[in-house]
Design a binder for this molecule. Structure first.
Ligand code: MG
Length: 319
């Protein structure tokens, strides 16, 4: 299945959609009376487990084989796509330095020794950083002057567990998505820890869809690329990861429970702004397109804003 979270332009309620032949279908409308068997959100659907996913998949096949039903079609003008899980329950777990060439460019840019990590480098992004696949990314110039991009393959856990072996790890995956691990490089360096520089509001666009594990196939054979204003900046293959998705899950779940709906961003390949000579950080109006083969494209425009922090504080004080 290729699933999406969307809302209609004039109705903020989040809905589940399924994409068939590039056409977004409203899932409850498509399934009719069967829709009562299923929850209304992606996170709840993931929590229901494999039996429910299989039942849904079978019903979608029944209802959407052949000509797609007109009444369930959602035109792109009618819909806003959201992150598949717009507000994850936990931080998004990320991998740093998971592609050799990116590790080399990062070490060079920071004047550090090149050393391939022996274990995955984990850090996280705050849930408030999550944004939709086509959302503008607000760049508060009072907060950072070095906004950078990182194209990544996202993994959504479907079946929780602890001490999961690499042999069984991929059976725990619900599906795959695209993530851009936007980064404020000056904050990343200035605070000695990546969390703050990686967690600014909007700095974690996810989507446009989730492709379930059965349909996506081997996660280590996909092209991953990123364009800024149409110019390719990153172009690589997930086969180049130092730690594969299965190995990442094995390490992460050692002594630490993974739960349905947990999101893992698997690291970025070379070509980020920091690694360029001179460094190329994003500017007001830049369009960043992040693509993973077999999933789709995030299209996020950088929009410079000022004083939003003050505005939000005032709003909170009024409550
Ligand atoms: Mg990253």
């Amino acid at each position: 299945m290729r699933l999406a979270t969307f809302s209609y332009i004039n109705d903020p309620v989040l809905r589940l959609g399924v994409v068939r032949n590039d056409q977004l279908l409203d899932l409850p409308t498509l399934l009719g009376s069967h829709s009562r068997e299923f929850p209304a959100t992606m996170l709840e659907l993931i929590e229901r487990g494999p039996q429910v996913w299989r039942r849904m998949s079978e019903l979608i096949e029944q209802c959407a084989s052949g000509e797609l039903p007109v009444h369930a079609r959602v035109s792109p003008e009618q819909a806003v796509l959201h992150a598949p899980i717009p507000r994850p329950r936990k931080n998004v777990v990320c991998l740093g330095l998971n592609y050799v060439a990116h590790m080399e460019e990062s070490a060079k840019a920071r004047g550090r020794e090149v050393k391939i990590p022996e274990a995955p480098v984990f850090f996280t992004k705050a849930p408030t950083a999550v944004a939709g696949p086509n959302d503008a990314i607000a760049w508060d110039q009072a907060v950072t002057s070095q906004v950078d991009f990182e194209a990544e393959l996202g993994v959504i856990i479907g079946i929780g567990g602890k001490n999961i072996s690499r042999q069984e790890a991929l059976d725990h995956v619900f599906g795959y998505t695209v993530i851009n691990d936007f980064s404020a490089r000056d904050l990343q360096l200035g605070h000695y820890q990546w969390f703050k520089g990686k967690s600014l509001d909007g700095f974690c666009p996810i989507g446009p869809h989730v492709v379930t594990a059965d349909e996506f196939g081997d996660p280590q054979t996909k092209k991953i690329c990123l364009r800024v204003n149409g110019e390719t900046k990153q172009s690589a293959d997930t086969s180049q990861m130092i730690f594969t998705v299965a190995v990442i899950i094995e390490f992460l779940s050692r002594g630490m429970t993974l739960e349905p709906g947990d999101i893992i961003s698997t690291g970025t390949p070379e070509g980020v702004g920091l690694g360029r000579t001179p460094p190329e950080y994003l500017n007001d109006g830049d369009l960043v397109e992040t693509e993973v083969e077999g999933i789709g494209v995030l299209r996020n425009r950088i929009v410079a804003v000022q004083g939003t922090a003050v505005e939000n504080r005032a709003t909170a004080a009024e409550r």
